[in-house]
Design a binder for this molecule. Structure first.
Ligand SMILES: [Zn+2]
Length: 70
């Protein structure tokens, strides 16, 4: 699953939101199929909700390399 900025003029997928989407969640193998379009407000709200449960781990590498960084 990846999140990309979108240039398409597509309405935000969040119910009750009439903004134009800024981002798309591209998803090939999750519970829903196809792309989800969200505006900046909605993706920020979504991220806020997610961060209540899941702490970002971007400070650590996801996998170990064979040696130290060059
Ligand atoms: Zn929205």
């Amino acid at each position: 699953m990846i999140v990309e900025k979108t240039k398409h003029k597509i309405k935000c997928d969040a119910s009750g939101c009439n903004n134009i989407a800024d981002y798309t969640i591209v998803n090939k193998k999750f519970v829903f199929d196809g792309n989800v379009y969200l505006c900046k407000d909605c993706i920020t709200a979504l991220y806020g909700e997610i961060s209540r449960y899941i702490t970002p781990k971007s400070l650590k590498p996801l996998y170990k390399k064979g040696g130290k960084d060059e």
